[in-house]
Design a protein around this ligand. Structure first.
Ligand code: HEC
Ligand code: HEC
Ligand code: HEC
Ligand code: HEC
Length: 401
């Protein structure tokens, strides 16, 4: 019986993955991670944590990776890893640590994890939150602790919310009713910038009455689920992502939504009135979100632009020459054949596999470079994306011949 069961599950998974491939082809964003926190395990197992902290937890030999920004897309992150390889090895030799090599899956997870760090919020500041609670007039309608009005419900029970995303989600769902009351009372609809929502929650948690019931945590979002929700909740009726979708609202592929989760929740809140008005015109109902849905949707918005489609193969060719790859790799009949012809590499179908292979052969390159007194080739901005696109273009040309 169990065999039959696993058989039908197998078929189901197969059908699903077929469905997913077709969906993915239709102009959808590629390389969105399922669970970006998976890479935390790689970060620990490969010993990164011995030298790097994340928001203060971990080693201090390298920079705290929660605090440095290194671009938003796969190649910028792969570039940051590559660039620091010699310094890292130097420190490792001093400490006799083994040099970590990475499989494609490990590189995938690690890059998604590093990229995700900015999505998680830093802790809020309750003092600033107290000030905002007044300035934004929440205090006129809401009591929390010993102070505040009674037009809206008291907010003490929000003490259990560990993540400000839960506050954003509750406010979003109550938004239409709350805004209606505000209009009646001539109170302007509040707008949220940056960390403001995080600070307000920190304030609520610090003054709320009673002991907190079961604290509520939120699962980090699943961007792949979020991509489906973007369609299911009708966002694509008005918004395109990189050219595909509605035109009533801005193309969200062109907006910088690589921000912390609460910041993006704030941006959505700020634009809700226009959205609601547009929806009424079309007879659409205002979308409500469960906690998980809000997290999924926002993590999807966060990962837009994770795989940059706009790389420049012509510039990539220059990069390939400048970084000295021709010293060991032949492409289009030029260069030395010490390593393989990279335009024939099977790894080009997966940019992450390609960058993992680069990372793994860094030590061999280092030696070679040291012997010749050359300097380590550093990748900046989109250089690595351009280089890979160049090789992919050559590969395509060859396969058409
Ligand atoms: C032996 C210590 C050590 C280990 C282990 C180590 N690093 Fe580093 N890392 C450093 C140092 C030192 C720097 C700063 C290098 C520099 O300034 O060029 C750095 C820099 C970085 C940067 C660039 C940060 C920036 O400011 O752009 C990234 C990304 C990074 N490391 C990721 C990792 C990952 C991922 C791992 C695990 C696979 C790892 N490191 C393992 C020491 C280490
Ligand atoms: C003009 C009065 C008014 C102001 C100002 C106001 N609210 Fe509200 N709020 C309400 C009302 C009324 C409700 C209940 C809406 C409903 O029943 O859907 C509500 C509901 C909420 C809820 C859901 C509470 C729950 O228990 O489900 C939250 C969270 C909230 N407001 C937060 C805020 C914050 C934060 C501010 C300031 C930025 C604010 N509100 C400003 C009137 C207001
Ligand atoms: C009926 C049309 C419509 C629908 C449906 C819609 N939006 Fe919007 N959206 C807009 C318009 C119009 C703007 C620009 C409003 C403005 O400039 O304030 C906007 C702006 C935004 C912005 C801000 C972009 C920026 O940085 O300026 C985000 C984020 C956003 N929408 C997300 C969503 C999400 C997520 C959904 C689905 C839950 C959604 N929208 C559904 C019309 C819509
Ligand atoms: C000092 C010589 C040398 C230089 C310089 C060099 N490589 Fe390599 N590379 C090799 C050798 C040898 C191999 C095959 C053995 C290995 O993987 O370690 C290789 C393999 C690779 C692979 C794996 C290909 C596959 O299909 O398995 C990639 C990707 C790669 N190199 C990228 C680059 C890039 C990009 C540059 C320029 C920044 C570069 N290499 C510079 C020697 C070099």
């Amino acid at each position: 019986m169990s065999q039959k069961f696993s058989y039908s599950v197998g078929i189901g998974v197969l059908l699903l993955s077929l469905l997913w491939t077709t969906l993915a082809v239709a102009g959808e964003i590629r390389y969105i991670p399922q669970n970006p926190l998976e890479g935390r395990r790689v970060f620990i197992n490969k010993g990164c944590i011995k030298c790097h902290a994340i928001w203060g937890e971990g080693g201090t030999i390298g920079p705290d990776l929660g605090k440095v920004g290194f671009g938003r897309n796969i190649f910028q992150l792969a570039g940051a890893l590559w660039n620091h390889s010699p310094r890292m090895v130097e420190k490792m030799l001093e400490r006799r640590l083994p040099r970590p090599t990475l499989s494609e899956q490990e590189m995938t997870d690690l890059i998604a994890f590093l990229s995700y760090l900015r999505y998680l919020d830093e802790p809020g500041d309750p003092q600033r939150g107290a000030q905002l609670f007044r300035e934004k007039r929440c205090i006129v309608c809401h009591r929390v602790g010993e102070e505040g009005g009674t037009i809206g419900p008291p907010l003490d029970q929000l003490k259990r919310f560990v993540s400000p995303l839960l506050l954003a989600q509750t406010m979003w769902n109550h938004g239409p009713q709350m805004v209606f009351t505000m209009r009646m009372m001539n109170i302007p609809r509040p707008q949220f910038q940056g960390k403001e929502m995080v600070d307000i929650l920190a304030y609520i948690r610090s003054v709320a009455r009673g002991t907190a019931p079961q604290p509520e945590y939120i699962q980090p979002g699943n961007p792949v689920e979020g991509q489906k929700l973007f369609h299911k909740k009708g966002c694509d009726v008005c918004h395109a992502i990189q050219g595909v979708g509605g035109t009533r609202g801005p193309d969200l592929g062109k907006k910088q939504l690589h921000k912390s989760v609460t910041e993006v929740a704030g941006i959505m809140w700020n634009h809700a009135p226009q959205m609601e008005a547009e929806m009424q015109v079309r007879g659409l109902s205002f979308p409500k979100f469960s906690q998980q849905e809000m997290a999924d949707l926002i993590s999807y918005l966060y990962f837009i632009g994770y795989y940059d489609e706009s790389a420049d193969p012509v510039h990539g060719r220059e990069v390939f020459v400048q970084k000295g790859c021709l010293n060991c790799h032949q492409v289009e009949g030029e260069g030395e054949a010490i390593g393989p012809d990279l335009s024939r590499s099977e790894l080009l179908t997966s940019p992450i596999a390609f960058t993992a292979a680069m990372w793994n052969h860094a030590s061999a390159m280092e030696q070679w470079i040291a012997e010749r007194n050359l300097s380590w080739p550093v990748f900046e901005g989109n250089e690595m994306a351009d280089l890979v696109r160049y090789l992919q273009t050559v590969q395509q040309k060859m396969s058409q011949q």
